[in-house]
Design a protein around this ligand. Structure first.
Ligand SMILES: Nc1nc2c(ncn2[C@@H]2O[C@H](COP(=O)(O)OP(=O)(O)OP(=O)(O)O)[C@@H](O)[C@H]2O)c(=O)[nH]1
Length: 417
């Protein structure tokens, strides 16, 4: 991506001309400033390495490559051309490759290292040919800028096409737009050099438009890493939210999240006059399961129960773990009769459910309390009623479904018999 500097090392040649020292100063300043900014960005990314977000390592490596390659470009004429042209530009190409791989890995796509390394090897051969066989600065610049254009466009496309759903698109668009700006800058520079009507020498680097394009590149390059840092923060935030909203063992919603969802659903039920039911489920004699199959066996039963239950619910329903072996299910647009049918089905499925693992084979049963929301009722009050029905189901012998309806027909009746 840093190929705005492709072949820039040739500028030192110009230092032998009258205004050469000034030109050298301008280009060396751009290269040095960019290298220092990349070093700063590498330090920022280094602090995020332990986040374990996919792609951060590659973005970090990309910046290190830039930090290594730009000083090599700047040392042209002081070190052998093979290092300041072939190696420096190849390392810069590797920096671009790392940036692309970082973006691809970040959105869970394949890294394509095989293709990238092969292309960089071909580029290195091209640099050797157009330095030692035919010394052409425009061709060298065109080769490298074309590579960087394609890599930057690919990075933008992979970010936009594979952005995870429900994730804020802003950071993705920001990173993609910067990559596209850099790509346009590279393409323009490559075309500009190839169409320059002057002999192939380092005077080419001192033209107004080359300096302008290099400055744009120098500003865009660290900003692209800033976009990567923003993407990383976004991913870390999403991971934290996910951890806070879900129970680690069963992947059901956490109690806190279930309560938040319940409050939203109660508002909607009140607004649109739709029914809403709550099931509170408790696995029967779970202590016995733990005692028989060990804690790991008990964990497996909880996981399998949650998996089976989730699979049998509709999209808008919400399953949460209230604690221990107790779960809650919110059923929007569901009246008592509908909730009763779902609860009966769950109870029967659980009774039939055989869980096997290294711990052995285990059957289990569940008890369920049901309450249907009443106008003006809080979630706490609704929970108390469902809990009361559950408590009665437990006392009535377990493995049954009861509805809390004070005067209802199902009240305290074993609806699952
Ligand atoms: N394996 C495992 N066990 C848990 C977990 N959370 C709570 N438990 C256990 O679940 C058991 C619940 O026991 P009790 O509250 O006595 O209830 P029970 O044995 O299911 O009896 P009833 O509910 O009356 O049918 C306790 O032994 C807890 O240690 C967990 O995450 N994993």
């Amino acid at each position: 991506m840093n190929q705005v500097f492709a072949g820039a090392a040739d500028y030192n040649r110009y230092s032998t001309t009258q205004s050469g020292s000034q030109s050298m100063l301008t280009l060396a300043s751009i290269l040095t400033t960019t290298a220092l900014l990349s070093l700063a960005m590498a330090i920022v990314l280094g602090s995020l390495l332990r986040s374990n977000v996919a792609g951060v390592q590659e973005w970090f490596a990309s910046n290190l490559m830039v930090v290594i390659s730009l000083p090599l470009l700047a040392l042209r004429d002081l070190i052998p051309d093979f290092i300041s042209i072939v190696i420096a530009n190849s390392v810069l190409a590797l920096a671009a490759a790392y940036y692309y791989v970082g973006c691809a890995r970040f959105v869970g796509r394949p890294s394509r290292w095989g293709l990238l390394i092969t292309t960089i090897a071909v580029l290195a051969v091209g640099l050797v040919i157009w330095r030692y066989a035919v010394n052409s600065i425009p061709v060298r610049v065109l080769i490298m800028t074309t590579f960087f254009t394609l890599v930057c466009i690919s990075a933008a496309v992979v970010l936009l096409r594979h952005r995870p759903p429900h994730r804020n698109p802003y950071n993705y668009w920001f990173a993609a737009c910067l990559a596209l700006i850099f790509a346009v800058c590279q393409l323009t520079r490559g075309i500009y050099f190839i169409t320059l009507d002057q002999p192939s020498n380092t005077m080419m680097f001192d033209t107004f438009w080359n300096i302008v394009l290099m400055v744009i590149g120098a500003v865009t390059l660290p900003t692209m890493t800033m976009a990567a840092v923003m993407l990383t923060h976004d991913a870390m935030l999403a991971n934290l939210e996910d951890a806070a909203n879900h129970d680690h063992l069963t992947e059901a919603l956490s109690r806190k999240r279930l309560e938040a969802v319940a409050r939203e659903q109660i508002l909607r039920a009140g607004k649109f006059g739709r029914p809403l039911s709550l099931l509170i489920i408790d696995l029967d004699h779970f202590k016995r399961i733990n005692d028989t199959f060990g804690h790991a066996g008990g964990d497996e039963v909880l996981r399998e129960f949650a998996r089976m239950t989730r699979a049998s619910l509709r999209d808008g329903d919400a399953l949460g773990r209230l604690g221990g072996e107790e779960f809650g299910i919110l059923l929007p647009n569901t009246d008592t009769a509908g909730a009763l049918a779902i609860a009966r089905r769950l109870r029967e499925d659980s009774e039939r459910h055989l869980i096997s693992g290294t711990f052995g084979e285990c059957h289990y049963s569940i008890s369920i309390g049901i309450a249907t929301w009443r106008e003006g009722e809080s979630f706490d009050r609704l929970s108390i009623r469902a809990d009361r029905a559950l408590y009665t189901a437990k006392n009535a012998g377990r493995n049954r479904v009861l509805v809390d309806e004070h005067a209802g027909a199902d009240s305290l009746a074993p609806a699952a018999a």
